[in-house]
Design a protein around this ligand. Sequence first.
Ligand SMILES: NC(=O)c1ccc[n+]([C@@H]2O[C@H](COP(=O)([O-])OP(=O)(O)OC[C@H]3O[C@@H](n4cnc5c(N)ncnc54)[C@H](OP(=O)(O)O)[C@@H]3O)[C@@H](O)[C@H]2O)c1
Length: 254
Amino acid sequence: MDALPLTGRMALVTGGSGDIGSGVARALASAGADVAITYLGHSQGADATLQAIEACGRRGLLVQLDQRDPASIDACVEKLTREVGRLDILVNNAAWNIGIPFADLDRLDAHTWDRVLETNLRGPFLLARGFAPLLKASGAGHIVNIASTGGIAPASSSIAYSASKAGLIHLTRCLAVAMAPEVAVNCIAPGLVKGTRMANRLPDAVARMAQQQAVLGRAGQIDDIAGQVLAFVTSTSISGQVMAIDGGLPLAMR
Ligand SMILES: NC(=O)c1ccc[n+]([C@@H]2O[C@H](COP(=O)([O-])OP(=O)(O)OC[C@H]3O[C@@H](n4cnc5c(N)ncnc54)[C@H](OP(=O)(O)O)[C@@H]3O)[C@@H](O)[C@H]2O)c1
């Protein structure tokens, strides 16, 4: 029997307790990788993902992480280094959003701004920095950042979220330069992903509009995102790229 494409690789998926993180972690395990996942508060979701990883016959590991807290990121790096000693794939998937209409400038206070930016932008940077030695030593290091079409076009749950994801897209390009040639760094920008808790937190009108505007008439699915993560981490010649998965939103076609 042929070996699976990621046999022998170790992956870390942040936000593995969430909808997309769980799908990505399961796909990586199905492709042969051992997979560590992080969660913040949803331990039940994390346990379910862990069980799915182990059901694929792979090693799974749970790490509680608050990526707003640099000390928590250091502890995550230390735990993985001590207990596994290698990392080939980092998927920066965890994020936080809140629905604040763009025009409601006064509601977007400094505390909310900081929470969104610390979680969605500073966290992925500190994780990439912390795991850089292991990723560079891998021989086939990959980072995949999960951004949003809100980081390409000015439309999303809030200005802070859009700005954080625009930052993550550019961070992808900066890290692709900084971590070359050992590590490839790419990005996925989903539009609204149907059936996820994050999408369900958006007003119905926003969700309807995203679907209506997509040229394919459908939103992206979790499986599409998981499949693109696999495509990036099995490639040897793609870095610094952003793939929108949104059913073809004209505003996000750049
Ligand atoms: N769903 C969509 O329609 C959509 C569209 C565009 C982009 N995205 C992006 O796709 C990614 C996954 O989204 P999703 O739909 O799967 O969201 P989700 O189900 O809400 O999951 C978010 C994950 O992030 C974790 N998290 C939140 N704050 C954290 C913090 N401070 N430190 C560490 N972890 C934290 C959560 O942990 P706990 O649950 O354990 O607390 C959870 O695992 C995100 O980057 C999101 O921005 C999603």
